[in-house]
Write a protein that binds this ligand. Structure first.
Ligand SMILES: Cc1ncc(COP(=O)(O)O)c(C=O)c1O
Length: 423
């Protein structure tokens, strides 16, 4: 048995006061489902802008939005308009950022296996920083810089050997990682010396990202300590502490705000005697709780002595996080947002996999029926961006809502889209 959906899990502008209508950005969710179809990602534009501003303020403008969390040209434009730089991890993300007219110098290029083509693109687009991840990348980058007779500013990604206490698939600060140069083994020192001797690479400092969905500020402070000690002899002008701040997905979870996270990082930097400028790269904490996904209930099946399965018209193709990490979510009925949620059901998608589960134990009102629109909050990060076409499902549309108006920012895919690249 669960009570009504918690207001805290919903986007900032959500209005649940009428009980029978749920409004976000002044738009009724049922109207949006009717107009744009389901599954549908609904983003609260005011919420997005407010989180970007909070991050810019908290980090003194020294902050990049991690586009992997959610990206389309409109999202890139919005983050840039609000004063953020953009962190991209592939040529595709870089392409979209540039399509949105984000200037190259406001883009940071990441990736643990950047190809020649991606590095070439980054150099030609004059990205502000390239975060170098390996010795092979240093070779490639120097070769390309020599060919183009161009120099570039770089940061070195290092692994500080800190456990982020999160799911192992999103834990990246530990030494046994595919990312970066390890500090303790001496490899990071070798990378610093090598980069400093390069004719083309201007080493500005270090970068570390310890993991994602981290609720506690302590591992960040610990990483700062390791980085500060390592960087002490070099007098680097920059230090970037990555992203990773967690957000609550279900009742009972709580996380520091962006400001609290920044305060803890700056505090740790002060204690460790860091003199360089300190930047960050939040993704999830900017976009996750800005969105809800709307689904239509297609079937309700009772399995005696076991459970009830409620199947919706999306699933692991629009939200793979539960299947990947066992992540939890909540759900509610926008038509009845104050209702007690008495019934426990398993919320599943329509893919041909038993693992296609959106919520293992979802609490729903007793009168949930076929045809109802269900909403899952906190689906703004790593849902659409990690989505797929599995079973040739059409990737959902995305709308931004603001002041009573919806704005389609990603169209729903069509069947023609599915064969567009077939030869
Ligand atoms: C290098 C880097 N920076 C920033 C982020 C963003 O992390 P989050 O969305 O948890 O804030 C990631 C996520 O994987 C990352 O790999």
């Amino acid at each position: 048995m669960a009570g009504p959906i918690l207001r805290d899990l919903l986007p900032d502008t959500t209005d649940i006061s009428s009980g029978e209508h749920t409004l976000i950005g002044g738009c009724d969710l049922l109207d949006l489902a009717h107009e744009f179809g389901t599954p549908l990602f609904v983003y609260d534009e005011a919420h997005l802008r407010s989180r970007c501003r909070e991050a810019v303020e908290a980090f003194d403008g020294n902050v990049a939005y991690a586009t992997k969390a959610f990206l389309c040209t409109e999202m890139a434009r919005l983050a840039y308009q609000e004063g953020m730089s953009l962190d991209v991890a592939t040529g595709g993300e870089l392409y979209i950022a540039r399509k949105a007219d984000v200037p190259g110098e406001r883009i940071v290029m990441h990736g643990n296996n950047k190809s020649f083509e991606e590095l070439d693109m980054a150099l030609r687009e004059n990205v502000g920083r390239i975060v170098v991840d390996s010795f092979n990348e240093l070779d490639r980058l120097e070769e390309l810089c020599a060919d183009l007779n161009k120099s570039t500013k770089v940061l070195l990604r290092v692994t500080p050997g800190v456990e982020a206490h999160t799911h192992e698939f999103v834990s990246t600060g530990q030494e046994d990682s595919k990312f970066g140069f390890t500090v303790r083994s001496g490899v990071a020192e070798e990378a610093v010396e090598r980069t400093r001797s390069s004719k083309y690479l201007e080493l500005l400092g270090l970068h570390a990202h310890i993991g994602s969905q981290v609720f506690d500020v302590q591992p960040f402070a610990k990483a700062v300590g390791v980085l500060a000690e390592f960087a002490a002899p070099y007098d680097f002008p920059e230090l970037v502490v990555g992203g990773g701040l967690g957000v609550p997905y279900v009742e009972g979870e709580s996380a520091p705000s962006i400001q609290e996270w920044a305060d803890a990082i700056f505090d740790a930097c002060e204690k460790a005697g860091v003199k360089s400028s300190v930047g960050s790269e939040p993704g999830r904490s900017i976009v996750a709780s800005a969105a809800v996904t709307l689904y239509t209930v297609g079937t309700i099946k009772e399995v005696p002595d076991h459970r009830t399965y409620v199947a919706v018209d999306g699933g692991m193709s629009d939200n793979p996080r539960p299947a990947l990490y066992g992540s939890g979510y909540e759900t509610f009925l926008p038509r009845s947002n104050q209702a007690e949620r008495q019934n426990s059901v398993r919320l599943v998608g329509k893919h041909c996999e038993s693992g296609d589960v959106l919520i293992k134990e979802a609490w729903v009102p007793e009168d949930l029926s076929v045809g109802d629109i269900l909403a899952t909050p906190v689906t703004g990060a790593y849902g659409h961006s990690m989505g797929s076409n599995y079973n040739q499902m059409l990737r959902p549309a995305v709308v931004f809502v603001l002041d009573g108006s919806p704005r389609l920012v990603i169209a729903r895919e069509s069947y023609e889209d599915l064969v567009r690249r077939d030869i």
